[in-house]
Each structure stands twice: as structure tokens, then as C-alpha cells.
Ligand binder design. Structure first.
Ligand code: GLA
Length: 402
């Protein structure tokens, strides 16, 4: 009898130990680049190598960017005779292991894409029924990150499908960040904390400020559409489990002001910062935005608290994010079509975050103010804040308790 109990307990421990994601791989939101937004399936070996080189040359690695992720289109159209995934031999003649090595030698990390369905969204072989085999391939190629999509899944149960892949990755025994991409359809913020390290909250992003572009049964969403899409999910985010607002569209056609606001908001919302532009032809202004270490530090703050809308005053969106060490990040985005002279009166506002029991208590405390896009100090909270903010531009500050 004792023997039976002993083995039952042992079995439970073994199952439990296996049934977990690799912990601690994304204590702060992942930073990287993904091929999809600009290149779709038109990707190849040289492009990826060039992007890795640009990470170094443009100071992006130095700013904290780490992952280079190949999205849909990296595979051959068919698996090999043994059912293994293979890289498209024309696009990636040296194969994925060699590419991973190139990226690792630069001190960066390598990610791939697949899908829980029978086929990926672009029609390449999906992982359904091949989860453990595919996970072993990724481990053998030294992959560090897997984005896992949700096309062609018929009546598949999302929780079950993502748990299966999580377990497959765990069994393959290589630490791989697991990026869940089911577009928020099954409310992953309610169940994915122990399954993945990040999960998409929306359908695909598109390079516009606040538009919706319909494609029949689905839509692409502009920056502010995604920001406004979900209510009350900020509590679900935290170290190692993030709400993913999608790959960024910075440098892909919006104005520089809109790009700054987009970057500020993704940082405030503790979203993964995954670049989606062509780094080979990026403008100076685009790189200045993407490589802004003061903004990135807000995104990477170790408390990992997702920011929230404080108010909208005269068409200025005001957002807050509590930071470590008695500091707060704050943004003011001008949603209007013309520049405005803006004034924020500290004494008139009771600034706090009820969800996290934090308050600035401006009656008793003074905070210094740092403008993180212009890299200048702006005095402190004893005086009203005044600023001229361009159309769709942002003032982003850090408030540090004196
Ligand atoms: C879905 C995802 C995108 C991208 C494409 C690839 O639409 O949401 O991010 O991965 O598939 O086909």
C-alpha cells in the first residue's frame, strides 16, 4: 500500500514538474525584431544576417534588443519523409542551425514561428500532431523563442493546444520563450500565465494611427485601436507573462511623431518591444526612437506593472505606469490634429494606482521631472507642467520622488 502511495506521489510530481513553462525567460518584456510586418513570407538567409549585423551597427543590441524572430514562410512547403520540418532550401540554403549560430555569435537570440493548426496562416506545415517532434527540431537547431499562431485550428481547444506545445518545448529540454498568438480570441490573459511568456491581445497590427482595415472575416488594427481594444487586462501582466500588443510598426510609414507615441505607449503598457521594420533602410529618426534607452528602461522596469489611462484632458491622453524605486512614468499624447500648449496642474490631481496600491501623494511629496524623448530635466512637481505637444506627438516623463 505504502509503495503504491509512494509511486502515485512520484508520478504526480513528475507530471507536475513537466507541466510547466520554462520559468524566468522573460522577467522583463522581450525585445527584438520580427520579419512579418515588413517582409511577409519574402524572407531569406541574407536578410536575417543583415538584420543581425544592423542590431550591432545601429546600437540596437546595446539598447537591449535581443531576439531575431523569423515569422511565417521560413519552411519548405512539405515536411521531409520522416515528418520533420525543414527550412525552405532556396531561402535558407544553410539551414536553421547555421543561421542560429550566426545570430548567437553576435550575442543575440534566434526565434522561429509555427502554428497550432494543420497549416500556418500562410499555408506552410503547421504543428498539429507534430508538437513534440517540432519542439525537438527547434531544440536541435538552438532556437530560443517560438511564436505559435492560431490559423487552421478548426475546433481545436486553445488552452489544450497551447499547453501541448508548452509541454513539448519543456520535454525538448531547451529554454525557449513561448509566444502565444491566438489574437486574444480565447482570452489568454485568463489562463496563459503558466503556459507562455507573452500572448497577443488582438488581431494583426497595421501601420496607421487609429484605423481599422477589414479583410472580410478579419481586420487589421491601427495603434490606438489595439490600445483601446481590451479593458481590465493589465492585472494579468507581470514578470514572465506579458500582454503582447503585437510587433511594432515604427518606421513603417506613420509620422515620426506617431512613431514616438506608438513606442511610448508600447513601453507604458509593458508590451514586448518587437521591431517590425527594415533596419537596413531605417531613417535616423526611426533608430533614434527605437534605440531610446530612457524609454526602453520604462518598458523594462523590473516591477513589470502595465500602465493605465489616467485621464483624457482636452484631447490629451494621459497615461501612468508605476516604476521601481518610487518613480512613475507618465505620457501625454496629443490626439488632436494640431499642436497644442498643454498645462498639467499637479495639485489638482490625485495620482495613484489602486490596483497596485501605489500613490504619488503630491500633497506631501515632490517629484523631479525628466523628459525622456528630449533628454532634459523639467524641474519638479512644485510647479505646473507646461509643454507644447505636436499633433499625435508625445511628452513622456519620469517622475522621481525627491
Ligand atoms: C497571423 C499572425 C501574424 C503573422 C501571420 C503570419 O496573422 O497574427 O502576426 O504571424 O499570421 O502568417
Amino acid at each position: 500500500m505504502m509503495k503504491k502511495i509512494f509511486f502515485t506521489v512520484l508520478l504526480c510530481i513528475a507530471v507536475y514538474a513537466n507541466a510547466q513553462k520554462f520559468d524566468g525567460l522573460a522577467k522583463t518584456p522581450p525585445l527584438g525584431w520580427n520579419s512579418w510586418n515588413t517582409f511577409g513570407t519574402a524572407i531569406n538567409e541574407q536578410l536575417v544576417k543583415d538584420i543581425a549585423d544592423k542590431f550591432i551597427e545601429l546600437g540596437l543590441k546595446d539598447a537591449g534588443y535581443e531576439y531575431i524572430v523569423l515569422d511565417d514562410g521560413w519552411m519548405a512547403k512539405e515536411r521531409d519523409a520522416d515528418g520533420n520540418l525543414i527550412a525552405d532550401p532556396i531561402k535558407f540554403p544553410s539551414g536553421m542551425k547555421a543561421l542560429a549560430e550566426y545570430i548567437h555569435l553576435k550575442g543575440l537570440k534566434f526565434g522561429l514561428y509555427n502554428c497550432a493548426g494543420s497549416k500556418t496562416c500562410a499555408g506552410y506545415p503547421g504543428s498539429r500532431g507534430y508538437e513534440y517532434q517540432d519542439a525537438r527540431s527547434y531544440a536541435a537547431w538552438n532556437v530560443d523563442y517560438l511564436k505559435y499562431d492560431w490559423c487552421n485550428t478548426d475546433k481545436l481547444n486553445a488552452v489544450g493546444a497551447y499547453i501541448t506545445m508548452r509541454d513539448a518545448l519543456k520535454a525538448a529540454n531547451r529554454p525557449i520563450v513561448f509566444s502565444i498568438c491566438e489574437w486574444g480570441d480565447n482570452e489568454p490573459w485568463k489562463w496563459a500565465k503558466d503556459v507562455g511568456h507573452l500572448w497577443r491581445v488582438s488581431g494583426d497590427i497595421i501601420n496607421c494611427w487609429d484605423c481599422e482595415v477589414g479583410h472580410g472575416s478579419w481586420s487589421s488594427w491601427g495603434v490606438w485601436k489595439i490600445i483601446n481594444m481590451r479593458k481590465d487586462i493589465r492585472k494579468a501582466a507581470g514578470p514572465d507573462h506579458w500582454n503582447d500588443l503585437d510587433m511594432m510598426e515604427i518606421g513603417n510609414g506613420m509620422t515620426d511623431a506617431e512613431d514616438r507615441s506608438h513606442f511610448a505607449m508600447w513601453s507604458m503598457l509593458a508590451s514586448p518591444l518587437i521591431m517590425g521594420n527594415d533596419l537596413r533602410s531605417a531613417s535616423k529618426e526611426t533608430i533614434k526612437t527605437l534605440a531610446n534607452k530612457e524609454v526602453i528602461a520604462i518598458n523594462q522596469d523590473k516591477l513589470g506593472i502595465q500602465g493605465f489611462r489616467f485621464t483624457n484632458e482636452n484631447n490629451i491622453e494621459v497615461w501612468l505606469k508605476p516604476l521601481d524605486n518610487n518613480a512613475w512614468a507618465m505620457v501625454f499624447v496629443n490626439m488632436g490634429e494640431s499642436p497644442t500648449n498643454y498645462k498639467f496642474q499637479w495639485k489638482k490631481h490625485d495620482i495613484g494606482d489602486d490596483v497596485n496600491s501605489r500613490s504619488m501623494n503630491l500633497e506631501n511629496n515632490t517629484y523631479t521631472i525628466r523628459d525622456v524623448f528630449n533628454h532634459v530635466n523639467l524641474g519638479d512637481t512644485t510647479k505646473d507642467l507646461t509643454a507644447r505637444i505636436g499633433s499625435h506627438d508625445v511628452l513622456m516623463i519620469i517622475l522621481q520622488k525627491k
